[in-house]
Design a protein around this ligand. Structure first.
Ligand code: SF4
Length: 102
């Protein structure tokens, strides 16, 4: 099965955040809450390049802090499928490399 309905979890929109060559890049930032994680491993199955599990207790290990464009759908799916709601994500604007933090 698996009807590929794309539920858009559009929260508040970010006007002007469209892909703009030369402008700031928008990426999906991923966060996990180890307090909530119950070690089901769904995330590592859904997006193995982004999530792994600790050997000790099976809790999630975040391999990538930012999802590349082709991984965004997998990350969102992993978040939806996480039985403990331990995965969150949100758009961030990446500044040019070298500009550093504020
Ligand atoms: S799917 Fe959720 S509960 Fe399961 S290992 Fe990943 S973060 Fe933890």
């Amino acid at each position: 099965m698996g009807h590929g309905q794309s539920q858009s979890h559009a929260h508040d929109g970010h006007p002007g955040a469209a892909a703009d060559p030369g402008g700031p890049r928008v990426a999906l930032r991923i966060a996990v809450d180890l307090e909530r994680c119950c070690g089901s491993g769904m995330c590592a199955l859904t997006a193995p390049g982004v999530f792994d599990q600790r050997d000790s207790d099976g809790r999630v290990v975040l391999l990538e802090q930012f999802a590349s464009k082709n991984m965004e759908d997998s990350v969102k799916l992993a978040s939806e499928n996480c039985p403990c709601a331990a995965i969150s994500f949100g758009d961030v604007v990446l500044r040019e490399q070298g500009e550093g933090r504020e």
